[in-house]
Design a protein around this ligand. Structure first.
Ligand SMILES: C[S@@+](CC[C@H](N)C(=O)[O-])C[C@H]1O[C@@H](n2cnc3c(N)ncnc32)[C@H](O)[C@@H]1O
Length: 211
C-alpha cells in the first residue's frame, strides 16, 4: 500500500529547502510581471500562498500584498519570513478561498501557483476571486495542464491538472474576460524510473471595468 503524503502543515518547515519550488515560483513571478505590468499603487492577493515563495519573488512590485492559505504550518513559516524581511506591506491571513468570509478589501491583482488543483470547487473559487478583484483587476493562475494523475499519485484527491479550453469556459462563466494562456515552465518528476515533464500554464483574465 502506498504511504499517505504528509500534510501541508507537516511539509511547511522544509518547503523552502527545495530549489525546484523556488525556481518555479521565480519563473511564475517573472511571467506574471511580464504579462501584467504593476503600477506603484497596485494591491495584490495571493491564494494558497504556502510559505510565500511567489509573493516574495514579487515583493517590491506591489504596494500591499495579502497572502492567504489554509495551512497554519505554512502561515507560521510565512509570518516569520515577513517579519525577518521587515516587509510591513505584506500580511498573512488564514483563509479558505471557497468557504471563509472574504476580506472587505478589493485588489488590483490576484494570483497563485500550483494551488487551484488542490481546491475541489473550481467554479466557487473562480467566482470568489472575481468578487475579490477591483473592476479592471487581473487574475493570474499558474497550474498544471491536464495530466493522467501521476503527478500526485492515487492517494491524493486533487484535480489532475486542467484542460485549458474547459478552464477558460469556467473562468468566463465566473465573469472574467480576455482569458489568455501561455506555457511558462515544466515540472519534471521521476515516474517509474523515468523523467516525466508536466507543463505549467499561466492563465491571465480580466475583471471587466464595468461588470
Ligand atoms: C502545492 S501547495 C503550493 C504553495 C505555494 N503556492 C508554492 O508554490 O510554494 C498548495 C497550497 O494551497 C493551500 N490550499 C489548499 N486548499 C486551499 C484553499 N481552499 N484555500 C486556500 N489555500 C488552500 C495549501 O495549504 C497549500 O499551502
Amino acid at each position: 500500500m502506498q504511504a499517505t503524503r504528509p500534510s501541508f502543515d507537516e511539509r511547511a518547515k522544509d518547503w523552502d529547502e527545495d530549489p525546484k519550488k523556488i525556481w518555479r515560483s521565480q519563473l511564475t513571478a517573472d511571467a506574471i510581471l511580464k504579462a501584467v505590468k504593476p503600477s506603484p499603487d497596485t494591491t495584490a492577493f495571493e491564494f494558497g500562498c504556502g510559505t510565500g515563495l511567489l509573493s516574495f519573488a514579487m515583493k517590491d512590485a506591489y504596494a500591499k500584498i495579502t497572502l492567504t492559505d489554509t495551512s497554519d504550518g505554512m502561515l507560521d513559516v510565512l509570518r516569520r519570513k515577513i517579519s525577518a524581511a521587515g516587509a510591513s506591506h505584506m500580511s498573512a491571513m488564514r483563509l479558505d478561498l471557497t468557504t471563509d468570509p472574504l476580506p472587505a478589501e478589493r485588489y488590483g491583482i490576484a494570483y497563485s501557483v500550483v494551488t487551484l488543483h488542490h481546491i475541489p470547487d473550481t467554479d466557487g473559487a473562480l467566482h470568489r476571486l472575481h468578487d475579490l478583484l477591483q473592476p479592471g483587476g487581473t487574475l493570474c493562475i499558474a497550474d498544471l495542464d491536464k495530466e493522467d494523475g501521476s503527478f500526485h499519485g492515487p492517494e491524493e484527491i486533487v484535480h489532475h491538472g486542467f484542460d485549458r479550453q474547459i478552464l477558460k469556459g469556467q473562468v468566463e462563466a465566473a465573469g472574467f474576460v480576455d482569458v489568455r494562456f501561455e506555457t511558462i515552465l515544466e515540472i519534471t518528476k521521476k515516474i517509474d524510473g523515468k523523467d516525466r515533464p508536466y507543463p505549467v500554464f499561466l492563465m491571465t483574465a480580466k475583471k471587466a471595468v464595468q461588470s
